[in-house]
Write a protein that binds this ligand. Structure first.
Ligand code: NAP
Length: 481
């Protein structure tokens, strides 16, 4: 059977590339698909098409735009199982995780389609006699989107759906490591009848396409999710043109474990948040900050649970942890493990590439736990984005809060405790943007604002009602009658 070839989508047409690039399964090495390799010219054509389509799409009643988004969700639902399998094959996460993500994308489309019937502005009484005052929401224009590989369907969905319901037109550049899951969303939008030029999708090198996108004249805004390095560069470029920008980037997320926590669930929650999806979640726990009095017992329990995790091809039943997304990602993880050992962390389990049996063809790293990690060590400061947990000791709650906040990142954070007063202390004093209590630090829902603080994020939050504030603007009216 020949390898399927996935084109770019510009101005309502599927456009083949002069060149293609490979999409390979990180668990098996299998060639999943070929994708058109777009160029800076493709980005410019896509942005021009989005500019031409803007007036028609923005002028359509929002409930009519919503009908297309509802239909998109229905079309994704029809392929639910297939989309989950494709995601596991291109990204490596386990099949239940992949299906959970496809479900989330479907829900996101339905949620934002629902917003079409309530794109409320503001209406409030005027100070003046016989003056009516109100503000309506307007789209911002052509929006560029650059997305990462770790949530290859949900992240594009949570940018595309709110942008479209607000009446914007879009140019999407997916991650090269896993472009197929978002290609499927574009296919569903096309089949749902989205007018030509409203949605444009260009695959290929981030360096070339990103530089072209941020300079494309029709662009009014850009939404980026990915590494801090690229996000901060993009911010500087976008600011030169005063583009509206939204950045969601890396983290070094803590989970504080207090002595009064429900011990068993505190172990489960940290192991889940550190290792599921191979630790490749921006909200993953990479630092467990544990109160001194339970430290030894807690470390032993985490290590025991971690050693029992089943690592392998996510298509196989019972597998809990898949591979790193590609060889460079695996090498980065292994490099950080080496640094952790050299700087004095105590390696308690994992720490190497898995080989033999089903592991030989994939990029599998054994789930890794370090104890005795201190604040000055690199593995306590830098995002590794892999299955590596650094366990740190805190004297008490105050010390744990200090360690948790003492970092330039502020994405997610968690506490495990049964003490109500400390829970609220934590909620008010944590410097992160997403908090969980007695849950894993990862695992968010689409109907609430999503995003971090400090170096992790910039601009209005994503998802929930907050997304509308990025993708629309107010026009205010004073009317004398
Ligand atoms: P990345 O290397 O920054 O890539 C993200 C996207 O940017 C990809 O589409 C990439 O294209 C593109 N890109 C690469 N170079 C570019 C350039 N010079 N200009 C513009 N775009 C460029 O990040 P990643 O490795 O895909 O994802 C992992 C990172 O994302 C981690 O730091 C993680 O924490 C973060 N993340 C954050 C969130 C959040 O919501 N805060 C969510 C998920 C992930 P190519 O793929 O073609 O290189």
């Amino acid at each position: 059977m020949s390898t399927p070839n996935f084109s770019n989508y510009i101005n309502g047409e599927w456009i083949e590339g002069a060149k293609t690039f490979e999409n390979r399964n990180p668990a098996t090495g299998e060639l999943v698909a070929l994708h058109a390799k777009g160029t800076a010219d493709d980005i410019n054509q896509a942005a021009d098409a989005a500019g031409c389509a803007l007036a028609g799409w923005a002028g359509m009643p929002a409930p009519a735009r919503a009908a297309i988004l509802f239909k998109t969700a229905d079309l994704l639902e029809k392929q639910f199982d297939h989309l989950g399998e494709e995601m596991t094959r291109e990204e490596g996460k386990t099949l239940p995780e992949a299906k959970g993500e496809v479900r989330r994308s479907i829900n996101i489309f339905r949620y934002f389609a629902g917003e079409g019937a309530r794109l409320n502005g503001i209406q409030t009484p005027s100070e003046r006699d016989r003056v009516h005052t109100f503000a309506i929401r307007k789209p911002i224009g052509v929006v560029g989107m650059i997305t990462p590989w770790n949530f290859p369907s949900a992240i594009p969905a949570w940018k595309m759906a709110p942008a479209l319901i607000c009446g914007n037109t879009i140019v999407v550049k997916p991650a090269s490591a896993a472009p197929l899951s978002s290609w499927r969303i574009v296919e569903a939008l096309h089949n749902a009848g989205v007018p030509k030029g409203v949605v444009n999708f260009v695959q290929g090198s981030g360096g070339e396409l990103g530089a072209a996108l941020v300079k494309a004249p029709p662009l009014k805004a850009i939404s980026f999710t990915g590494s801090c390095e690229i996000g901060h560069w993009l911010h500087a470029e976008a600011s030169k043109r005063r583009l509206r920008i939204q950045l969601e980037m890396g983290g070094k997320n803590p989970t504080i474990v207090l002595a009064d926590a429900d011990f068993k669930s505190a172990v489960e929650n940290v192991v889940n948040a550190a290792f599921f999806s191979t630790g490749q979640k921006c909200t993953a726990t990479s630092r467990a900050i544990v109160e001194e009095s339970i430290y030894d017992k807690y470390v032993a329990a985490v290590v025991e649970r971690t050693k029992a995790l089943k690592v392998g091809d996510g298509m196989q039943a019972g597998i809990e942890i898949g591979p790193a997304v590609d060889q460079p990602a695996m090498e980065t993880i292994l490099r950080y493990i080496d640094i952790g050992k050299k700087e004095g962390g105590t390696l308690l389990c994992g720490g190497s590439r898995l080989t033999g049996n089903c592991h030989d063809k994939g990029f599998f790293v054994s789930p890794t736990v370090f104890s005795d990690v201190t604040e000055t060590m690199t593995i306590a400061k830098e995002e590794i984005f892999g299955p590596v947990l650094a366990i740190m000791k805190a004297k008490d709650f105050e010390d744990a809060m200090r360690i948790a906040n003492n970092i330039p990142f502020g994405l997610s954070s968690s506490i495990q405790t049964t003490n109500l007063s400390r829970t609220f202390e934590y909620i008010y004093r944590s410097e992160a943007g997403l908090l969980t209590v007695n849950l894993p630090s990862a695992g968010v829902e689409y109907q609430l604002p999503f995003g971090g603080t400090k170096d992790s994020s910039f601009g209005p939050k994503e998802q929930g009602p907050a997304a509308l504030d990025f993708y629309s603007d107010y026009k205010t009216v004073y009317l004398k009658y």
